[in-house]
Design a binder for this molecule. Structure first.
Ligand code: UDX
Length: 439
């Protein structure tokens, strides 16, 4: 067996920090690089700058082995065999397209240090064609460094699990050599039975956006069915259960409610549309416009429900919002439907108090004018109505009768179809969920 590969991970945000700790866990020497000194200092101390279950323990354990280190100095990766690019590709400020500034500067920064024969493997989600374009640039600045694309499918809240036990590994490569290097990195996962898919560069880039578009479509599909159920007096939760038993459909990602948010799904479908437009293939993705519109409409529908339950004029009301993160087990509030709804209700004149087990600090940064509570009790006391918008386990475990003793009005809107309706109704609550008849 040849010498163990050395790995660099460029960009130590959510994806990069997880990838660096996990690759170190596979037994490799890993150097994590970021231009943000504060982030590097924090990670070096074993402190995660964000919340992700299980990752903090893994980070501390890997730092202790001595295999994992962090730096702002790109030159420190000069002897690495593989450089993983894990920087963000957010939505551009002035269009639907992805902003590729960070990917481009990561490659430009590492190129002068990357040793001859090493491999750069992009993990960031990029518009199709990016890898080929960057390969051409790299060919000039670092002719003996190859570029591959190895998309990441990790979910927030399950990042470690998804990295160490992925349901597939996809590599876009232009040579057997590049594929073999990546096979060496992922050997233990491949040995454990993880399916391995070799693709060309454009296909590898497309796999990621196609997967996220499919997931977004599934969610918007069930939310469209929720709208129909409301109009026809049906129950979307029963409908989802019934269609989900068909294995061709499957029951996951059919949870109707206020829709998808986060740092991936919304921006990825928009960037995909923008890229299809550039490619002259927009017709193929017209449906994604509708997927986006259904998703945005779900947020508005909740506000309409609040108005229907209280009054058109919301200025006299105190509303309690349970949940600010875009999904449970995360402190991420990027494009969070919960927080967006809270802000819109506040803009409509009501007094809104938001609670979240982990995301308050991030929520405050985005909406400093909202009111925040540190406990559920503080959040709901004196409220005219409660909105349940992020399905944290602790909200499912609340006692409806204990909460009833604190509120002014016993009305709850379940924006996630995750609460036990019977339990709340028996305790004397008016219960309204998207896609179901209110009781
Ligand atoms: C997603 C993809 O799942 C992951 O593979 C990719 O790498 C990154 O984007 P993530 O953003 O962490 O992961 O969240 P995900 O679990 O997919 O949820 C996205 C949003 O959809 C959340 O706001 C969630 O609340 C919502 N959702 C999910 C629903 O509204 N209904 C569902 O049935 C499932």
């Amino acid at each position: 067996m040849s010498k163990k590969l050395k790995i660099s991970v460029i960009g130590t945000g959510y994806l990069g920090a997880t990838h660096a700790a996990c690759i170190s866990n596979l037994g490799f020497e890993v150097i994590g690089i970021d231009t943000d000194q504060a982030k590097i200092d924090s990670l070096s101390r074993g402190e995660l700058p964000f919340y992700e279950p299980g990752l903090d323990e893994l980070l501390v354990a890997e730092l202790k082995t001595g295999r994992l280190t962090f730096t702002t100095d790109f030159a420190a990766a000069a002897d690495a065999d593989v450089h993983f690019i894990c920087v963000g590709t957010p939505q551009s400020k002035d269009s639907l397209a992805a902003d590729l500034t960070y990917v481009e500067s990561a490659i430009t920064n590492i190129a002068p240090h990357a040793r001859s024969g090493s491999l750069i493997a992009g993990k960031s989600t990029v518009p199709v064609g990016t890898a080929q374009r960057l390969s051409a640039i790299l060919a000039k600045s670092a002719p003996n460094v190859e570029l591959a694309w190895n998309p990441e499918f990790l979910r927030e809240g399950f990042a470690v699990e998804d990295t160490l036990r992925p349901n597939r590994l996809v590599v876009g490569v232009t040579s057997d050599k590049a594929e073999n290097i990546l096979k060496e990195v992922y050997k233990s996962l491949i040995d454990a039975g993880t399916p391995w898919i070799r693709a060309d560069l454009p296909t590898a880039e497309l796999v990621k956006v196609a997967a996220n578009s499919f997931l977004a479509t599934k969610i918007s599909f069930i939310n469209a069915m929720a709208e129909i159920c409301e109009a026809a007096g049906g129950d979307v939760t029963v409908l989802a259960k019934a269609i989900g038993y068909d294995p061709r459909i499957g029951s996951r990602f059919l949870q109707a409610g206020i829709g998808f948010g986060g740092g991936c799904l919304p921006k990825d479908i928009r960037a995909f549309m923008a890229r299809a437009e550039e490619l002259g293939a927009m017709q193929a993705l017209e449906f994604l416009r509708e997927i986006d519109a259904i998703n945005v409409r779900a947020r508005q529908r909740v506000i309409d429900v609040v108005r229907g339950e209280l009054s058109e004029d919301l200025t006299q009301y105190r509303l309690a919002v349970l949940g600010a993160a875009f999904k449970p087990d995360s402190d991420d509030v990027r494009d969070s439907p919960a927080l967006d709804i809270a802000a819109q209700l506040q803009a409509a004149g009501s007094s809104v108090v938001v609670h979240d087990p982990k995301a308050i600090a991030n929520a405050k940064k985005r909406f400093p004018n909202l009111n925040f509570a540190t406990t559920v009790e503080e959040c709901v006391t004196g409220a005219d109505l409660i909105l349940h918008l992020t399905e944290w386990r602790e909200y499912r475990e609340l006692s409806p009768s204990a909460i009833k003793a604190l509120v002014k009005g016993a009305i709850i809107i379940d924006g996630r179809n995750a609460l036990d309706r019977d339990k709340w109704v028996v305790a004397g609550w008016r219960f309204h969920a998207l896609g179901r008849t209110p009781v």
